[in-house]
Design a binder for this molecule. Structure first.
Ligand SMILES: Nc1ncnc2c1ncn2[C@@H]1O[C@H](COP(=O)(O)OP(=O)(O)OP(=O)(O)O)[C@@H](O)[C@H]1O
Length: 302
């Protein structure tokens, strides 16, 4: 079932086209990563999904129902948009109690359950204004999750979290999706999104550039083996005789790109050693995810 569907969604601010004819869909149980540099249009799209701003043109369908003023399923959605806002003079527990009431919940146990889930137990009675940025973010996530929404929309959810917090939130999101929740999350960090999302959309200057599964993304990342020996010219001869595609590169290394070589780099080592040219250096180069991102954006600018 399609939980989110946008159809040629456009929003302008003066002469800036913040989102330009964006059509995407997100299926139930998916973690959908919405990836773009700062200013790409991520928050604008999220604010439209949440009915906070109106598109200039195009439509949004959530849970199969078009988003109009009559839309009634807000309680099925949890969200965290930009810096989470909390009541500064209320404690973590009191802040959550406000949301609990707003969400018309009727089992007070859920407040402490969510506090525990987000590892905020130690800060239960701490005022929001005394929390670290990371714990404010955890409180924001707790507020988004307290009513066990079917759809979770998160704008840069790992902002401010330390590495341990990032891993915890990643595991939490994966667990929620495994239990049937649908998660739409934005980020400008491709490495992070690729660890958690099933599908990824790349947005740049308001336009959807690419939509692909995380598997497809991994197959599009450039990988190669780089070898250095005491006599690269001789080494190239031996490698070519064994049917490897090789070429010398400026860094005094040999580049090998065959998939067999990538799968079994030890065979390269063995071949060269047997021919009296043990590699001085051999390593598997994998394109940095940020490099992939920039390469994709460049390709679409032409
Ligand atoms: N209320 C507004 N008024 C004028 N321009 C806006 C407004 N909101 C967004 N924009 C512009 O629209 C474009 C997209 O902004 P948006 O905040 O959606 O990007 P983003 O991908 O979320 O980036 P960031 O991660 O920096 O928040 C930017 O050029 C931004 O300056």
């Amino acid at each position: 079932m399609e939980i989110i569907k946008t159809n040629i969604l456009t929003k302008r601010f003066g002469s800036t086209v913040a989102t330009d004819n964006i059509s995407i869909h997100v299926n139930q149980g998916e973690i959908y990563g919405f990836l773009g540099l700062n200013g790409a249009g991520k928050t604008t799209l999220i604010r439209m999904l949440l009915g906070m701003i109106k598109p200039d043109s195009g439509t949004i369908t959530l849970f199969g129902n078009e988003l109009t003023p009559q839309f009634r399923q807000w309680n099925d959605i949890g969200y965290l948009v930009e810096t989470p806002y909390s009541y500064p003079n209320l404690s973590v527990y009191e802040n959550l109690k406000v949301i609990y009431k707003l969400r018309q919940q009727n089992n007070p146990k859920v407040i402490d359950e969510i506090i525990e889930k987000l590892k905020l137990t130690k800060y239960r009675n701490t005022k929001a204004n005394a929390l670290s940025l990371g714990n404010q973010q955890r409180l924001g996530l707790a507020k988004a999750l307290i009513h066990k929404p079917k759809l979770l929309i998160l704008d840069e959810p790992i902002n401010g979290l330390d590495p341990e917090g990032i891993v915890e939130v990643r595991e939490l999101l994966i667990n929620l999706a495994e239990n049937g929740s649908t998660i739409f999350l934005s980020s400008h960090i491709l490495g992070e999104i690729s660890k958690v999302a099933n599908r990824i959309a790349i947005i740049h200057e308001g336009r959807l550039i690419k939509e692909l599964t995380t598997k497809e993304l991994s197959s599009q990342i450039i990988k190669k083996i780089l070898v250095q020996t005491t006599d690269n010219q001789k080494a190239i001869q031996h490698l070519q005789n064994a049917n490897y595609s090789v070429k010398p590169i400026e860094t005094n290394e040999i580049e090998i790109t065959n998939s067999e070589a990538l799968e079994k780099p030890e065979l390269i080592s063995k071949l060269l050693t047997e021919n009296g040219l043990p590699p001085k250096q051999i390593f598997l180069f994998t394109e940095d995810l940020e490099m992939y991102f920039l390469r994709t954006i460049k390709g679409n600018k032409l």
